[in-house]
Design a protein around this ligand. Sequence first.
Ligand code: C2E
Ligand code: CA
Ligand code: CA
Ligand code: CA
Length: 278
Amino acid sequence: AKAAGGGRHRGYSDDLDARAGEQAKLGAEIRAALDLGQFRVVYQPIVSLPDGRIVSVEALVRWEHPERGLISPAEFIPVAEQNGLIVELGAWILRTACSQAVVWRNEFGEAGPQRMSVNVSARQLAEPGFTALVAEVLAWTGLAAHQLIVEVTETAVFGGGLAVQAVKDLHELGVKIALDDFGTGHSSLGLLQTVPVDILKVDKSFVDTITMAGRHAVIATALIQVSSGLGLMAVAEGVETAEQAAELYRLGYRLAQGYHFGRPVAEPDFLGTRVAVG
Ligand code: C2E
Ligand code: CA
Ligand code: CA
Ligand code: CA
């Protein structure tokens, strides 16, 4: 919250109060939005390189606010995490995404996405009974455990305890585990020894600079080496150009995601699914 112009100087704590007020308001609105059905899930393709075949999709939540229009998850997910509503919202997202995956599986079979990737926040992971919820949703929708990928961030599991146990239990169930925004957290490499991980999602920040001259591809190169060394799959995130896709392929990346291949949409165009890569 910024102080309105005109003399009165607002202190830091006033700003904090204003911010807390806004967050409380947003929190109450999230509660109402859940009841009113204002949330949607959109899906972004994850493709194989170099053929551009859609191998999986990532579910991303959207809030269609009647007055304010589309609100970014970057704005409301942190608030929902804070007030705990992410538990209910997250369960709804999981159910919605898994049912959609089964619809597409039945409709497109091999030609459709083979896996559904769902983001799970720290708060959800630490909630007792989260694994039971996942098992229940899988049974209810008929999606096989290996067809579900749970995306967790390094920070979510960094705290250890319940979150780490949840990841272990999910993995035991056969669910695939992806480490999201890999390389941007605190304990990236050490974490790979504590938590069972199947997929590393290499953060967009390491992809952005990949085609620039100089040493910019150093991290993307190191991360693909770590990934193959440990027998994991790596997904390059935020690929926006054909040049980046080509360079990633050259470095050894075989999975990628980004606007270049497709934006998150309600119904990705799965038939004739090849996306021009180079
Ligand atoms: P994320 O999990 O890292 O998701 C990737 C974000 O990057 C998405 O933003 C996606 O739309 C965007 N993106 C994909 N390709 C490109 C690209 O080529 N260029 C650029 N500039 N951006 C790209 P989105 O959907 O706004 O989500 C933001 C974050 O909000 C997500 O980051 C995730 O942390 C969180 N989020 C989104 N949906 C959910 C959800 O269902 N549950 C939870 N817990 N968090 C979610
Ligand atoms: Ca993600
Ligand atoms: Ca990410
Ligand atoms: Ca992110």
